[in-house]
Every structure is written in structure tokens, then in C-alpha cells.
Design a protein around this ligand. Structure first.
Ligand code: AGP
Length: 346
């Protein structure tokens, strides 16, 4: 396929390999400081795709370390000119470009209040990277497509590694080291995605649902579809979906369901049944045979995954789906109208 976005999706296993190698020592330094400083809360500041990586980070850190994680409201600094008491906090700023001004202000305020600060960017010389006490580098190489792909995957990889290192979870660290190789397996279904996506050529709206850590993937899948195809894709945690938005369902609006085996499966399965009984078309991404059989369209991710690992495979499917759908719709996924690679907000 002739799209930079596609090439960058395919580069992800290599990017993850480089990311792993380059950050091993700094990750250990960060964890040593975290333990010495008795950190009892985490704040994450980010925008767009990087914010979705932050949502993944919230679940990973809370599940593995048990430290509460809040997603920052940057406007507290940039609009209301207030500061927060952040001593004993780890503050993580995530920005692939490293040029997000709002993220920079949160990190600056956090440094002033004595927090331990960590930046995750793809550019060690960027303002965000320089502001933080520690920098974790995506090492993804230049990303040319407006739609972020390999920077997202490396951001969540760094957050997973940080969580596993902090928790001292050696088994998970071993699994994570295998992710660069295992991710390539997900690309086996690239052709199948290309064929099945034809069915959605005229789709104008869709919902994207997941539960738990894969909520981050639902958000990212919807954003990828929005910016590359202009389809009005809306993401919800399946729990939130039931508290009102489910009233919007319509047989003309497909629902994309990320439902891997694991703790969230019963919940997602019940939601899939409820939607199917209302005549809703489901696009299912799962490694559970029963759930896959519920989809008018289904994509299998690798088996033997868990909730820290499945987002890597799910994200790859989401990226391929959006990219192929854009091409099927006759659009250029690399240069969506009205968007630029770097968006500065305050
Ligand atoms: C990604 O696909 C988007 N184009 C956009 O949301 C981007 O993630 C956002 O502008 C944040 O950029 P940053 O990571 O460079 O701060």
C-alpha cells in the first residue's frame, strides 16, 4: 500500500526493539528514584494520541503498582494560572513531538513543586524532553504521517515497561521483551483487513467500545478513524456506554468491539449480545472464538495475551483498519484536511 501511515505501522516491531534497547538503563534509574522518593501518586499530561497512551499508562500503573494515577487537566496551569501541590508525585508528560506547550507547562509546574518528572517523547532535544528530570525516548524514527502510529506503540511500551519495572514483575518484563517479535504476527491479517474493510466504504458513523485497559485502544481506534476517514467514530468504555450513549444505537451504525480474553471478556460479551439482539452490526476484535463468531466482521488477534499485552495487538488492528478504510474511501490517510503533524495547544 502506498501510504506513509501503512509503512509506519509495519515499522512498529523494529521501533519497539530499538525503544527497548535504548531505555533499559534510564528505566532502572527512574525506578530507583521512584522507590527512594516514596511516590504515592502519578499525574499524566498529554494530548490526542499521546493522551490515549496516558490512559493506557493509568490502567497499567494502577493494575501493576497500585499507585493512583490522574490524567492532568492542563488548563489548570494554562488557562486558570493555578499550580498544584505535587510533592511525592510522579508527573509524566507525553508528547511525540515534545513540543506540546500545555504538557510543558504541567511539567514545569510539577518541577517547581518538587515532583519527580518524566517525559516520554520521540525527540530528546525537544522542550518537553529537556524540562523533565528523566527522558524516556520512543526511538521510533521520524514519523511522517499525520496519524501517529509507531509513536503511540512505543509510548505505551515505555509505560508498560515502567509499570512492570516499578512493580518488579519479572514475568511481565519477559513477556514485554517478546512484544516486538509478537507484534509482527498481528500483520498476518493485513490482507484480510483490506478485504473486509470494503464493507464499510460508505460508513459515516460508528461506535468503538472496550473495557478496562483496552478503553485506551477504543479511544485511539476512534481517533485514527476520525482523522483518516472523517467518519464520526465515538469511543466509550462499555460501562459508560450503558449510562446513556447506548440510546444512540441504530442498525445503520456499526459498533466496533475490542474484547480480548481476560477479565473484561464477560462484560464485553454481555454487551455484544445486547447489541446483537438489537440488530446492531458488530465488528469484533478478539482472541476468543465465541466472541469472534458474534461479529458480522471479525479480526483475530494472537492468543495467550493478557490485559497489559493485548492493547499492542488491538492497536495494530485499529491502525490497519483506519488506514485501509481511508484508502477504500479514496482518501489520503497521511494528510487529512485541516490537520498538521504538530498541533500546539495551551
Ligand atoms: C495523532 O494521530 C494526532 N494527529 C494528534 O492527536 C497528536 O497525537 C496530538 O497532536 C499530540 O501531539 P504530541 O504527541 O506531539 O504532543
Amino acid at each position: 500500500m502506498n501510504a506513509k501511515m501503512w509503512d509506519e505501522i509495519m515499522e512498529q516491531p523494529a521501533a519497539l526493539g530499538g525503544c527497548l534497547e535504548c531505555n533499559a538503563s534510564v528505566l532502572q534509574q527512574v525506578v530507583a528514584r521512584l522507590k527512594a522518593q516514596r511516590i504515592d501518586r502519578v499525574v499524566i499530561a498529554a494530548r490526542g494520541t499521546s493522551d490515549h497512551a496516558g490512559v493506557y499508562g493509568k490502567y497499567a500503573l494502577e493494575m501493576l503498582v497500585g499507585t493512583p494515577v490522574a490524567l492532568a487537566a492542563s488548563s489548570i496551569y494554562t488557562i486558570y494560572n493555578r499550580t498544584l501541590k505535587l510533592d511525592n508525585a510522579l508527573v509524566i508528560g507525553i508528547s511525540q513531538s515534545g513540543r506540546a506547550e500545555d504538557v510543558l507547562e504541567v511539567l514545569h509546574g510539577a518541577n517547581e513543586s518538587g515532583a519527580l518528572t518524566v517525559a516520554i517523547t520521540n525527540y530528546p532535544d525537544s522542550p518537553v524532553a529537556r524540562e523533565a528530570r528523566f527522558h524516556l525516548c520512543c526511538e521510533a524514527g521520524v514519523e511522517r504521517s499525520v496519524a501517529a502510529t509507531k509513536t503511540f506503540i512505543t509510548q505505551i511500551f515505555l509505560l508498560a515497561l515502567l509499570s512492570a519495572e516499578w512493580a518488579g514483575d519479572e514475568a511481565l518484563l519477559k513477556d514485554l521483551r517478546a512484544i516486538p517479535l509478537r507484534m509482527a504476527q498481528t500483520f498476518d491479517i493485513a490482507g484480510e483487513i483490506g478485504e473486509k474493510v470494503e464493507r464499510y466504504r460508505f460508513m459515516q458513523e460508528c461506535f468503538v467500545l472496550a473495557r478496562g485497559v483496552n478503553y485506551a485502544v477504543a479511544l485511539e481506534a476512534a481517533l485514527k478513524i476520525q482523522e483518516t476517514t472523517f467518519v464520526r467514530a465515538k469511543a466509550f468504555a462499555s460501562s459508560d456506554f450503558q449510562h446513556g450513549p447506548i440510546a444512540m444505537i441504530d442498525s445503520d451504525i456499526p459498533v466496533i468491539v475490542y474484547a480480548p480474553d481476560g477479565p473484561s471478556l464477560p462484560n464485553m460479551s454481555a454487551m455484544a449480545d445486547r447489541l446483537a439482539s438489537s440488530g446492531i452490526e458488530l465488528v469484533v476484535i478478539s482472541n476468543n472464538r465465541d466472541l469472534l463468531s458474534k461479529g458480522a466482521c471479525a479480526f483475530a488477534i494472537p492468543p495467550e495475551s493478557n490485559d497489559i499485552l493485548s492493547p499492542f495487538f488491538n492497536a495494530a488492528v485499529a491502525q490497519m483498519f483506519a488506514c485501509k478504510l481511508a484508502v477504500v474511501k479514496g482518501m489520503d490517510p497521511d494528510n487529512p484536511k485541516g490537520l498538521t503533524k504538530v498541533t500546539i495547544t495551551r
